[in-house]
Design a protein around this ligand. Structure first.
Ligand code: CP3
Length: 343
C-alpha cells in the first residue's frame, strides 16, 4: 500500500502530510470554466462522464494533488430520488420541496436511483483507469441531514430554518426523509466503490446547526449507519466524515461514527484538534479557504502552524471548507509548496 492518502487513513504518521483540496475542481480554474462552457451547464457537466472525468483530472495535472475527488454534487442523489433540481446562475441550487407526507410519497424507490446515477459510476470507472498510480480516488455523498436541508428548503438557507421547522412540526416525515436519504446514500456510495472509488467522504456541511441531542440523532447516527453499512459490504475502504461546524463536538467523532478520518473545518484550532481529535485517529484539514484568495505570508504561516500541530499523528492536509471562485490559483501552489517543502 503505497498511496500516501491510504497510509494516512490507515493511521500512519507521515513526514509530509498528503494533500488535496475541497472543491479542487472548480471555478477558480480557467480550464474548469472552459470545460463547463463546453458541457453547457453544471448539471450537464456532472452527467457527462468524459467531461466530468476531465475536470476531476485538471487539478491533478496542474498541482499533483495526492487525491482526486470525483466531480459530481451532493444534490444528484435527491434528483435521482425524484426531486426536481436546477441551478440558478450566481445563486445556487433549487429543488422541489418536501414538506409533507404526500410530497415524500412522490419520491421514487431507492432501487431506481441508478437509472439517473449510472453516468456518475461511469465517471468513476474512467478515473480509476486514468489517474496516476499514486493518486487516490475519493467518492462522496452528502450526509442525510445536509441533503435534507436542501430537499426541505428547496435551496441553500443560511440557518437551515425550513429543515428545523419540519423537524419540530412533523418529526415522522422528517425522520422518514432522513431514512430514505440514508438508504439511498448507502446504495449510491456502494456503487461508487464497486466502480473504483478507494475512499469515501461524507459531507455534513450543515451539521453545526444541529443542537444537543439532535446532533447525535441526525448527524452522528446517520454517519455511523452509512459507515457501518459500507464497511460491512466493502471492508478496507476508508471513510472520511466531515461534520462542518461541530466545534468541540469533533472530539469523540472517530468512535461515534466509525469513520477512519474526521475532516475539520477552520472553526477549531489545530492545537486543540491535535489533542482532542487526532488522538483517536487521522484528521483532515483545516486551512481557512480565504487564504486561497489573500495568499502571502499569512498563508505560509498558517499552513506551517497546521502542519506542525498535526505532525505527530496521521494527517491529511486540506482546507477547512471548499475553495471559492475568487481564489488565485497561484496561492494553491504556494500552499502545496509550503506543505511539501516548507514554502
Ligand atoms: O470537491 C470537488 O472538487 C468535487 C465536486 C463537488 C462539488 N460539490 C462540485 C460543485 C463536491 C464534493 C461538492 C459537494 C457539495 N455540493 C456540498 C458539500 C460541501 C460543501 O461545500 O459544503 C454542498 C453543500 C453542495 C451543494 C452545492 N453545489 C451548492 C450549495 C452549490 C452552489 C454554490 C456554489 O459554489 O456555486 C453547488 C454547485 C457546485 N458544486 C459547483 C461545483 C464545482 C459550482 C457550480 C458551477 O460550476 O457553477
Amino acid at each position: 500500500m503505497t498511496k500516501t492518502i491510504l497510509r494516512a487513513l490507515a493511521g500512519e504518521t507521515l513526514a509530509t502530510p498528503p494533500i488535496w483540496m475541497m472543491r479542487q475542481a472548480g471555478r477558480y480554474l480557467p480550464e474548469y470554466k472552459a470545460t463547463r462552457a463546453q458541457a453547457g451547464d453544471f448539471l450537464s457537466l456532472c452527467y457527462n462522464p468524459e467531461l466530468a472525468a476531465e475536470v476531476t483530472l485538471q487539478p491533478i495535472r496542474r498541482y499533483g494533488f495526492d487525491a482526486a475527488i470525483l466531480f459530481a454534487d451532493i444534490l444528484l442523489l435527491p434528483q435521482a430520488l425524484g426531486a426536481d433540481l436546477w441551478f440558478v446562475t450566481g445563486e445556487g441550487p433549487r429543488l422541489s420541496t418536501i414538506t409533507c407526507q404526500a410530497e415524500l410519497d412522490n419520491l421514487g424507490p431507492v432501487d431506481d436511483i441508478d437509472a439517473t446515477l449510472s453516468p456518475i459510476y461511469e465517471t468513476v470507472k474512467i478515473l480509476s483507469r486514468e489517474l496516476p498510480a499514486d493518486t487516490t480516488l475519493i467518492g462522496f455523498a452528502g450526509a442525510p441531514w445536509t441533503v435534507a436541508t436542501y430537499m426541505i428548503g428547496g435551496q441553500g438557507t443560511p440557518d437551515q430554518a425550513p429543515a428545523h421547522a419540519l423537524k419540530s412540526e412533523n418529526r415522522p416525515v422528517f425522520e422518514a426523509l432522513l431514512d430514505k436519504i440514508t438508504e439511498g446514500t448507502i446504495h449510491y456510495l456502494s456503487k461508487q466503490i464497486d466502480a473504483g472509488a478507494e475512499v469515501i467522504k461524507i459531507f455534513d456541511s450543515w451539521a453545526g446547526s444541529l443542537q444537543g441531542a439532535d446532533f447525535e440523532k441526525y448527524a452522528v447516527a446517520p454517519a455511523a449507519r452509512i459507515t457501518a453499512a459500507l464497511k460491512a459490504r466493502h471492508p478496507g475502504v476508508p471513510v472520511i466524515a466531515f461534520a462542518r461546524g461541530a466545534g468541540e463536538r469533533y472530539a469523540g467523532l472517530h468512535s461515534a461514527t466509525g469513520a477512519d478520518c474526521i475532516a475539520l473545518d477552520d472553526g477549531v484550532t489545530p492545537g486543540w484538534a491535535a489533542q482532542a481529535v487526532q488522538v483517536d485517529g487521522c484528521v483532515q484539514g483545516n486551512l481557512a479557504s480565504h487564504h486561497m484568495v489573500t495568499g502571502g505570508d499569512d498563508l505560509v504561516r498558517e499552513t506551517r502552524t497546521i502542519c506542525d500541530a498535526f505532525a505527530n499523528g496521521p494527517h491529511i492536509f486540506n482546507l477547512g471548507h471548499g475553495i471559492t471562485p475568487d481564489a488565485n490559483p497561484d496561492n494553491v501552489q504556494l500552499m502545496i509548496d509550503t506543505v511539501r517543502n516548507g514554502g
